[in-house]
Design a protein around this ligand. Structure first.
Ligand code: IPM
Ligand code: MG
Length: 368
């Protein structure tokens, strides 16, 4: 067993705009170390396409072991068109999936919050999205992303068959549902569980296990079951009906992208991927913005660092139990938006357009 170093943060900026947004996170971590003596120990390394270019693999064993002994991995983004033709097993995305799977980060928390300062940035009408505060809990280490058998194989008639397997065990469903119920208790006390139990047995099991857990341990929380396609529709029709949504790996991937656009920009949304707590109460976790590597704007200094900075706020809260500091950082972000500072992705008339690093500096200037 590799022991987790409690204050260790491994920074993996990755590809595309990853290094640009991570630079702002580094400034914030330094601020906390010097001003609040929080004593974080950081290390930095390669992941994704840049690691492939240098080492021939998107995740070296050395980096993987560094991740294993870190309490927190801060990830930027991986991938880009440069690596589109790389063989499947060595694609930048495989690094991300290996980290999730091998660090056993089964619960992926993806908040979708619509800041009041940015109501107009959403493509939906203000009255539909203002005040929106949803938490999507996505199962992250199971389902069709990892199920066996998988692969592409020739078949007798000369065609090829591509196979992936959607599979869940009871315990995989129960542990992630428990996270969702516990979160709901601290929020608006409502969980919506999404699957396709009308067509998939794994979905039927999902519904049954969530229902049983609810009856056994969480009767005080309101629970609704919803088919995933209906959930996609309801997210656009009336998103404020949701509090916590719990769903599998694939539906969670899709529904969280959809939910993110309710808030105006993918550049705003953080995420946390959490593992189980060990006997000492320690837990591995990885934090990353929802957005990808955005090759189209890489190197221009215009990427929005807010998603990454808010990911660090989630780390402060979920990994380091610095709830007050997390709130402080979130408030600093809101104050900067209130002052009218905007990166290009959320720019609107009358506001001040700023670069990635100016946005980071402005947020730091609001920290107390
Ligand atoms: C996400 C991404 C990843 C996923 C990709 C990059 C492998 O879309 O984190 O949502 O599909 O999980
Ligand atoms: Mg996705």
């Amino acid at each position: 067993m590799i022991k987790i170093k409690k204050r260790k943060i491994l920074l993996l900026p990755g590809d595309g705009i990853g290094p640009e947004v991570m630079a702002e996170v580094k400034k914030i971590i330094n601020w906390y170390n010097y001003k609040k003596f929080l004593d974080f120990e950081t290390d930095e390394d390669l992941v994704g396409g840049c690691s492939y270019d240098k080492h021939g693999t998107p995740l070296t064993d050395e980096v993987f072991f560094k991740a294993l002994e870190s309490a927190v991995v801060m990830l930027g983004a991986v991938g880009g068109p440069k690596w589109d033709t790389v063989e499947f097993a060595k694609r930048p995305e495989r690094a991300l999936l290996k980290l999730r799977k091998e660090l056993k980060l089964f619960a992926n928390l993806r908040p979708a919050i619509c800041f009041k300062q940015l109501v107009d940035a959403s493509t939906l009408k203000p009255e539909i999205v203002s005040g929106l505060d949803i938490m999507i809990v996505r199962e992250l280490t199971g389902g069709i992303y990892f199920g066996e058998p998988r692969g592409i194989k020739p078949i007798e008639n000369g065609e090829r068959r591509g196979t992936n397997t959607h599979t869940y065990t009871s315990s995989e469903i129960i542990r992630v549902a428990r996270i969702a119920f516990d979160l709901a208790k601290k929020r608006s006390n409502k969980v919506t569980s999404c699957e396709k139990s009308n067509v998939m047995e794994a979905g039927q099991l999902w519904r049954e296990e969530v229902q049983l857990l609810h009856e056994k341990e969480y009767k005080e929380v309101e629970l609704n079951h919803m088919l995933a396609d209906n959930c996609a529709m309801q997210l656009l029709r009336n998103p404020k009906q949701f509090d916590v949504i719990v769903t599998d790996n694939l539906f969670g991937d899709i529904l969280s992208d959809q939910a993110s656009m309710l808030t105006g920009s993918l550049g705003l949304l953080p995420s946390a991927s959490l593992g189980a707590k060990n006997k000492e109460g320690e837990m591995r976790a990885m934090y990353e913005p929802i957005h990808g590597s955005a090759p189209d704007i890489t190197g221009k200094g215009i990427a929005n660092p807010i998603a990454s900075i808010l990911s660090f706020a989630m780390a402060l809260k979920y990994s380091f139990n610095h709830d007050k500091e997390a709130e402080n950082l979130e408030k600093a972000v809101q104050a900067v938006l209130e002052d009218g500072f905007r990166t290009k992705d959320i720019m609107s008339k009358g506001m001040k357009e700023v670069s990635t690093s100016q946005m980071g500096d402005a947020i730091i200037s609001k920290l107390k």
